[in-house]
Design a protein around this ligand. Sequence first.
Ligand code: AMP
Length: 523
Amino acid sequence: MSRVIGIDLGTTNSCVAILENGQPAVIPNSGGYKTTPSMFAITQDGKRLVGHLAKRQAVTNSKATVHGAKRLIGRRFDSPEVEHSRELCPYDIVEGPNEDARIEIGGKNFTCPEISAFILREMRRVAEEYLGEPVQEAVITVPAYFNDAQRQCTKDAGKIAGLEVLRIINEPTAAAMAYGFNRTGEEKIAIYDLGGGTFDISILEMSDGVIEVLATAGNTFLGGEDFDRRIVSHLVDAFREAEGIDLTQDAMALQRLKDAAEKAKCDLSQRETVEINLPFIASDDEGPRHLSMEVPRETLERLVDDIVRGTLKTVDQCLQDANVGVGDIDQVILVGGQSRMPLVQQAVADHFGKRPHKGVNPDEVVAIGAAIQGEALVSEDDNMLLLDVTPLSLGIATFGGHFAKLIERNTTVPVCKSHIFTTTRDNQSAVKIRVLQGEGDIAQDNDLLGEFVLGGIRPARKGEPEIDVSFDIDANGIVSVAARDTATGKEQSITVNATGTLSDDEIQNIIEEQELYEVALKE
Ligand code: AMP
């Protein structure tokens, strides 16, 4: 029987785990590391690199090295999030035919699922090398706050990587599964997940193998990279003041600054002060210039204080949605690399009035939970039951630009709900169903997931026809919608084809193209 792997596809790093003899284990890559950078690059001579190999050459090849593709997956090109990413990414982000954000490097245009597939394929290879056998099935995790488009695109990425994606599960839920593995009793837990590019908070109830998510909230555009950016700005400002040179104009200098900022940030989790030295960072008529600066922990804490406080506001919203008080929480579990920062740990401890649980490794716990869920799915183990929720409300646009919610956020999935709508004009023969996801009362304040037309409605006065619109969210959090004219029984339905999702033909073309590339490399 082929083994099922759990993959934590992170913004910054990815991790793969399996269940071996009933015990979860993280699989190290060939370099002995338990996490692999979620990076992809094309070298000057056209070679494709993934993981540590891509990271190692990022400084000298920043324009053709992709990091943080998870920030762009399933996003519209014209969204504010993509605009924000442009500031973080030295590579080119271009508009795809589906109004999606694509990545152009090495003279080639890649969809975001394709880039994520390179990382997934690498994780699959790491697992296959370790197990000595092919791997086909996987459970992949996504931030709880990912919308439909982001989930579908992640599933597409799995397919491109040659994986059968048994389930997409939420990262905090996976963390809870790892925590709750072989644990009995009843507990309410909060999972605070601050990774490289996303922040999630989830409140869960665990009771003898049943894990029920009570509420989840988050921000898919806030994470460790924002901390790095604050340090980079601080260094750039200080250098400009001291030397009169703007380092942001030089891509290579900027990449060196980013690397140094991230390293300094991580070192400051252990030390009170660090020194950043970047010799020959710039030059002008008077010769080369060097950057040398001391950064105390307090400076970093001052630079990012508002970001950390901001996460606590989201924590409060989530507690409120879960109808749970801070004092009801039995355990707080920290997930994601950025949660190693002492300021984050202290802020969370103060907020909940208790020290976070220390028994899980924040870098590995999500992949472990995914592996546990994968094994439970293939072995049909019903001792462990997972009841997850949809993070965002779902509905349709109605007359006057309003948003009619059919499924409220934090509803347990899978779920199916329907509602009867009607026409607004006499003899109206068709209705357009615009499917939206979000929390705004006005239609245009929400994400448009897709739209379709139900035609052939029998002639009648306005308000008479009954159009039954039903929404279905499956266990992966993926949405499908159907509309039926109750008089004629005529029905239209779609699995919402959201931004950047690929058709089966497109996926097949990408797979074939990648295979051709691999064959060409071997020749
Ligand atoms: P993840 O997405 O969970 O892999 O988290 C990656 C983020 O965690 C990156 O922004 C890292 O810079 C950050 N990170 C990793 N280790 C530490 C550390 N010891 N202290 C602070 N941040 C860290």
